[in-house]
Design a protein around this ligand. Sequence first.
Ligand code: GDP
Ligand code: GDP
Length: 466
Amino acid sequence: MANTNKRSGASLAAMADTGNPERRLPVVAIVGRPNVGKSTLMNRVVGKRVAIVEEKAKVTRDRKALDATWAGRKFVLVDTGGWLATGDELDAKVSAQAELAAKEADLVVFVVDVTVGVTDEDDQVAKMLKKIGKPVIVAANKVDSSTRDNDIWIFSRFGLGDPMPVSALHGRSSGELLDKIVEVTDAPFEDELEDWAADRQDQRNKRDHDELRVAIVGRPNVGKSTLFNQLIGGERSVVHDLAGTTTDSVDTLIETEALGKVRFIDTAGMRRKSRVGEGTEYYSMVRALRSIDEADVCLLVIDGTEGVSAQDQRLAERIDAAGSPALVILNKWDSLSTEEKLDTGEEAENRLAFLSYSPFLRISAKSGAGVNKIWAAIAQASSAYRTRIPTRELNLCIQKAQSEHPPKGTRILYIVQGATDPPTMTLFSTRPIDPQYLRFVERRIRERFGLGNTPIKFRVRRRSEG
Ligand code: GDP
Ligand code: GDP
């Protein structure tokens, strides 16, 4: 049988569904009457061709579950050796133990002995498996040489599909059996699991998902406090001060109608009017960098009368690197002449090119002009940031983009969204993807799914073509 790393186009949808980060490893149970070779098969699988990664906490008493890897794909193998160790009261034992295991499994490997043929006990097990209705592979064991190959067909009478010949003792055909196991269970690839684990970790680090975390950053005197007070001053918001995550920091939590809880990060300096010792550029920079890392959305406030400074550019770069969506707030717009407005706006967009997907909002924090637009922009940014695009639609979008404008020397086989906050895509391609083509793909996804100014992260993984 071919290497299971290769995938046909037809299996695209099935594979893509494994993009679900909640997905657990498939569980494979080995069942059968005593002496057919279950233990030998188990040892063959985990001892030789499949590496034992870890021994899991026992699923239930008397059962051992081992993480197994075959052709780069992972599953859990459940050893049921000893269940049916006494021939007495077979019915009771089958229903009590094997039924439970088979119900928990995604696939059952039903082991029978070709040197013995079909016994009553085999029939009992087959009956139970049919009732449960889980996928079954009938493994006809002890086919030590090809002279026995034809003897396996007797086991098709179970009505559980074509039996597969195997010799647990000699290892004959065990590769084929394992190929079949990973195929039927659609076992995930190891590197996908690594990605998902990393993504889950990222998500956990984001802490409380009920609240939207907003950082207001910028140099001293650009108008952050004035803006903050405007934003929380709305009559409908209820305000609480909370201890922040870093020492001495205080966050402000407000309840809004449109967005629920919104937490402004590190706001002590903004709420107190006397801000002793916070006037230095260095100090505010350090705090700003910390807030950016914690935020779901960053408001980068620029003093419109001064334009974008090198310090502002550093903040913008940091926001970009942190992967959170940003709004660029051009403040003190009331103090600018019409001509200055044009120049300042254009210059800001040029100097903050790395935030090119961010909206640039012209406001006056002092008068409140334009402040309402900020709430709408925050809402847009946060919903895009938390978007989860159905895998199927994502793949249709990529297929369309590729057929209209094929990449050179490579092909994107499929794409999954591994995480939100920000949307993170894993692309599987036959060869590395040119950065320019990746930007084209990003643009397509952004437009098709209305992701607006939210950052999108990409990971590229190599796969051989099916
Ligand atoms: P279990 O009780 O079903 O777990 O079966 P075991 O794994 O203990 O095997 C029962 C007997 O069958 C042992 O003597 C094994 O050595 C033997 N056996 C297992 N697999 C094979 C095989 O592929 N070929 C032959 N000839 N004997 C086997
Ligand atoms: P912060 O240090 O960034 O928090 O800046 P503040 O909010 O304390 O504002 C610094 C100065 O800029 C104060 O004198 C504010 O009155 C003034 N300021 C803030 N926003 C505006 C604005 O929209 N227009 C004008 N003309 N002045 C503003």
